[in-house]
Design a protein around this ligand. Structure first.
Ligand SMILES: Cc1cn([C@H]2C[C@H](O)[C@@H](COP(=O)(O)OP(=O)(O)O[C@H]3O[C@@H](C)C(=O)[C@@H](O)[C@H]3O)O2)c(=O)[nH]c1=O
Length: 185
């Protein structure tokens, strides 16, 4: 597995070693020991999967307090543009985003630690998105930031994405008071 530390501290892009043969392919999507060796020490307690048609945008989401979540995300079929927003107060990159295309061909995995809001838009129909979370779902601890906030200026690569009702009412970044603190490691 190749690992790339992205320009925003804490974010990691993982490129697994995929073994292809005449039957198809095989790769390890999670191996505790290997992931710990690259600094991903979270105990993942929940696996999620979502299915979307093209142009669906989910985000930018996070959970707070004792339900804050690190996420390890990937695409099983189809493709997405995946975005993490740094919401750690005091971070040198507070308010900055990093985006990467994840798809069923590159098989990349993207590690998003606690202190980031996360979202993605699907670039193909029938996209299956899967992720591990380091904490359980808690609707009372959910937060969301508007995907198209002018202060964030994220190039989502699509126009007029399909949103949930909830995501139409996410917070404006300027008024958002982050509960996360940046920790120098
Ligand atoms: C996230 C989640 C949702 N649900 C339920 C609540 C709701 O009825 C339905 C759909 O929920 P949502 O609209 O929040 O799903 P969705 O918009 O796909 O939410 C996800 O978006 C991506 C970007 C993330 O980063 C995830 O952490 C998560 O927030 O599923 C659970 O039961 N467990 C969960 O962990």
């Amino acid at each position: 597995m190749e690992i790339i530390d992205e320009p925003i501290k804490g974010l990691k892009l993982l490129k697994p070693k995929v073994f292809g043969d005449h039957r198809g392919y095989f790769f390890e999507s999670y191996n505790k020991k290997t992931f710990e060796s690259v600094g991903i020490n979270d105990e993942f307690v929940q696996d999620n999967q979502s299915f979307s048609q093209k142009n669906v945008l989910r985000g930018l989401h996070f959970q707070t307090d004792e339900f804050a979540q690190a996420k390890l995300v990937r695409v099983i079929s189809g493709s997405v543009y995946d975005v993490a927003l740094d919401i750690r107060k005091g971070s040198p990159t507070y308010g900055k985003t990093f985006g990467v295309e994840l798809n069923a061909t590159n098989q990349y995995q993207f590690y998003v630690p606690v202190g980031f809001a996360h979202g993605f838009v699907t670039l193909e129909d029938n996209t299956v998105f899967a992720y591990k979370c380091s904490n359980y779902y808690s609707p009372g601890h959910e937060g969301g930031i508007m995907y198209n906030d002018p202060d964030l200026n994220i190039d989502w690569k699509v126009d007029n994405p399909i949103l949930s009702e909830k995501d139409r009412e996410n917070e404006v970044f300027k008024l958002f008071e982050s509960p996360f603190e940046y920790e120098e490691k």
